[in-house]
Design a protein around this ligand. Structure first.
Ligand SMILES: Cc1cc2nc3c(=O)[nH]c(=O)nc-3n(C[C@H](O)[C@H](O)[C@H](O)COP(=O)(O)O)c2cc1C
Length: 325
């Protein structure tokens, strides 16, 4: 999660028994290496050990860079022998996949980097599996916090439709979007997903890079507080996303102003001041539709444990429905 998931959050999630990703997002290579070193330190690993976290790249950022700059960004993760790389939001994702596979071959990696690709449609799922041969497919539903494709179907529909067309030997399919608790997770597993991805839930943890004000806003949010918008990208000047992408965030006066056509420079000034002041009515808080179920700030470990326990409990309940016991 760009701007929210650094080395500490990724390492804590992995240490808790899930698998954590840190975001390359808008970082430069040196800052990315620092976050990776932080994760390695928290997990108490030697420099030569494989790093059991992943790094998520915004493919459009790589595509806006020179090849040398993009390769330097990817090398930061690959030299650190991360277990996985996540790619999304690009038009040449296959190019970065080829680069990673070639790097692994050149370095004779016995355990190649797992490539996760996040997609918003059945058509993209087919390309990712058949043409790109990804290791893990992530279906991102419309409910998702942060950036996503505005035309993505709701997760329930998207996962079912993808399962319908995937071949038998397809890679694992993970579901992403709008999940906050074990009830959500269990329902997606029963639907047929092999696993799940939660973002927003981990924003409200001690290790997330979100500010205290942003975390308070997440806790205060109600059902229906989020909406998809480009307003925050416009006031931040991050408008180079591929066509069809916007982001789901907490609705506030920044969104209202931009959508009502207030002069963008005025909206931008108010946004900047709002960020400085921690003003929930102006600042940016990316959030998925499950945000209303977040009631406090916990450690990543507690979140993972709770998700695990409640998921098991719900799956057990579901199996009783089937057996009648
Ligand atoms: C703050 C934030 C930053 C995100 N950054 C990225 C990113 O850099 N790359 C990406 O592929 N997805 C990103 N996402 C989307 C997540 O990969 C995932 O699809 C989403 O968080 C799932 O929905 P949820 O937030 O409702 O759990 C981000 C989400 C959030 C909330």
């Amino acid at each position: 999660m760009a701007g929210a998931s650094g080395g500490a959050l990724a390492a804590e999630v992995t240490a808790a028994g899930a698998f954590g990703f840190l975001a390359a997002g808008y970082l430069d290579p040196a800052s990315l290496r620092k976050e990776l070193a932080l994760a390695r330190g928290i997990l108490v690993l030697a420099a030569s050990d494989r790093l059991p976290v992943g790094v998520g790249y915004l493919a459009w950022k790589l595509e806006k860079s020179t090849d040398a700059e993009a390769e330097e960004m990817l090398a930061a993760a690959l030299d650190n022998h991360v277990q996985a790389i996540w790619l999304a939001f690009g038009v040449h994702i296959d190019k970065w996949i080829r680069y990673i596979r070639t790097y692994d071959e050149k370095h004779r990696r016995r355990d190649p980097t797992l490539i996760f690709v996040q997609i918003p449609s059945v058509e993209d799922a087919v390309v990712a599996v058949k043409n790109w041969k990804v290791d893990v497919l992530v279906a991102q539903g419309n409910e998702s916090g942060g950036h996503g494709y505005r035309a993505a179907p709701p997760l329930l529909t998207l996962v079912s439709s993808i399962l319908q067309v995937l071949p038998e030997d397809a890679p694992p399919l993970l579901a992403a979007g709008g999940m906050t608790n074990g009830r959500h997770v269990a329902s997606l597993l029963i639907l047929g997903a092999d696993g799940v991805v939660l973002g927003t839930r981990f924003l409200a943890t001690t290790a997330s890079l979100y500010t205290e004000a942003q975390k308070r806003a997440l806790i205060a949010a109600k059902s229906g507080s989020t909406m998809r918008t480009m307003a925050f990208d416009r006031v931040r000047g991050t408008v180079e996303w591929p066509a069809g992408v916007d982001g789901r965030a907490l609705y506030n006066s920044t969104v209202k102003d931009v959508e009502e056509g207030v002069d963008i420079h005025i909206a931008e000034e108010k946004f900047k001041k709002g960020v400085q002041d921690g003003d929930p009515d102006r600042m940016l808080v990316w959030a998925g539709t499950g945000v209303d179920l977040i009631s406090g700030i916990s450690t990543a470990k507690d979140v993972v444990n709770e998700l695990h326990d409640v998921t098991l409990e719900r799956l057990e309940m579901a199996s009783k429905l089937y057996t009648g016991n």
